[in-house]
Design a protein around this ligand. Structure first.
Ligand code: ADP
Length: 274
């Protein structure tokens, strides 16, 4: 009867579920603990990093109140307050971006992304900053590079690398951005002729809030989150980011992402004139 049938279905389900259920719970638990640890460290870092700009804005407000009768001083302090609050806004934005990336280790809805177009967009975005330092951005990106992923995130990743290349280089130098297919990986490289990164620091620069030279890097206006964001974007795409650098000579950052399979069939593309 219906009751008997129901029972046997239940048992059939319970038996296989029984063993896998235990395994799943164990895994969930470690994963949950790891996520919790990451979250706790992150909150500690974040509150520490927020104290500096928030404290600075408070002090500037006090200075303005004290300097009421000196319009020039008021204007100067107000200008600095504006700079500080912009930085605070940028920091908050990057904290939100990074915490989203950390929570989900994968991408929400991966789509076919034109990496070549993403690289061009990142370069266009960086133009103003480069012009301000008379830095030339040389671009050499192969056409039609494709990966599965999130276009906005990939633009952000390349933009962060170009932004750093500009920030840590002298006026009038050159930044080269390349893109190519290497085996089954799409490789994007950003090369500068800037100050470089000591070998002992190269592994650490991808940690959130880590800066090689705290004071000098802070003066460039950075948040210390740029490379941590790049790293998470790459790993969420199943790829990675690496650095080669020599102090005083410059740096090359390389993003490697699995290329989207060429559905036109490897050999001669059927509907292509190339
Ligand atoms: P920031 O906001 O300080 O630039 P990032 O996470 O983007 O933070 O970079 C971390 C640190 O790595 C920087 O503070 C800087 O010391 C170093 N760095 C990153 N990119 C470069 C580069 N292209 N050349 C030299 N140093 C770099």
């Amino acid at each position: 009867g219906p009751l008997g049938q129901g029972r046997s279905i239940m048992q059939a389900r319970v038996a296989p579920l029984g063993s896998s259920h235990v395994l799943l719970l164990v895994e969930d638990h470690t994963q949950a603990r790891r996520v919790e640890e990451v979250r706790r460290d992150f909150v500690a870092n974040v509150s520490h990093e927020l104290k500096t700009p928030v404290g600075g804005i408070g002090l500037l407000a006090e200075a303005i109140l004290d300097a009421k009768d000196d319009p020039e001083a008021v204007e100067r302090f107000a200008g600095r307050m504006q700079v500080e609050s912009h930085r605070l806004a940028q920091l908050v934005k990057e904290i939100v971006d990074l915490s989203r990336l950390q929570v989900a280790d994968t991408l929400h809805e991966p789509r076919l992304v034109d990496v070549t177009a993403a690289v061009h967009e990142a370069i266009d975005y960086s133009r103003v900053g480069a012009d301000a330092k008379q830095i030339e951005i040389a671009e050499a990106c192969a056409p039609d590079l494709k990966v599965f992923g999130d276009e906005d995130l990939l633009v952000t990743a390349v933009r962060n690398l170009i932004g750093n290349a500009i920030a840590y280089s002298d006026n009038g130098s050159r930044v080269a951005v390349g893109g190519r297919l290497n085996d089954d990986m799409v490789e994007i490289t950003v090369t500068d002729q800037g100050q470089g990164i000591p070998e002992s620091e190269q592994a650490r620069i991808f940690e959130r809030f880590y800066r090689v030279d705290g004071a000098r890097s802070r003066a460039t206006g950075g948040t210390g989150l740029g490379l941590a964001i790049v790293k998470h974007i790459c790993s969420n795409h199943g790829g990675d980011v690496t650095v080669w650098s020599e102090e005083g000579r410059g740096s090359t950052f390389t993003i490697r992402l699995p290329a989207a399979a060429d559905r036109s069939g490897g050999g001669v593309p059927p509907e292509s004139s190339e």
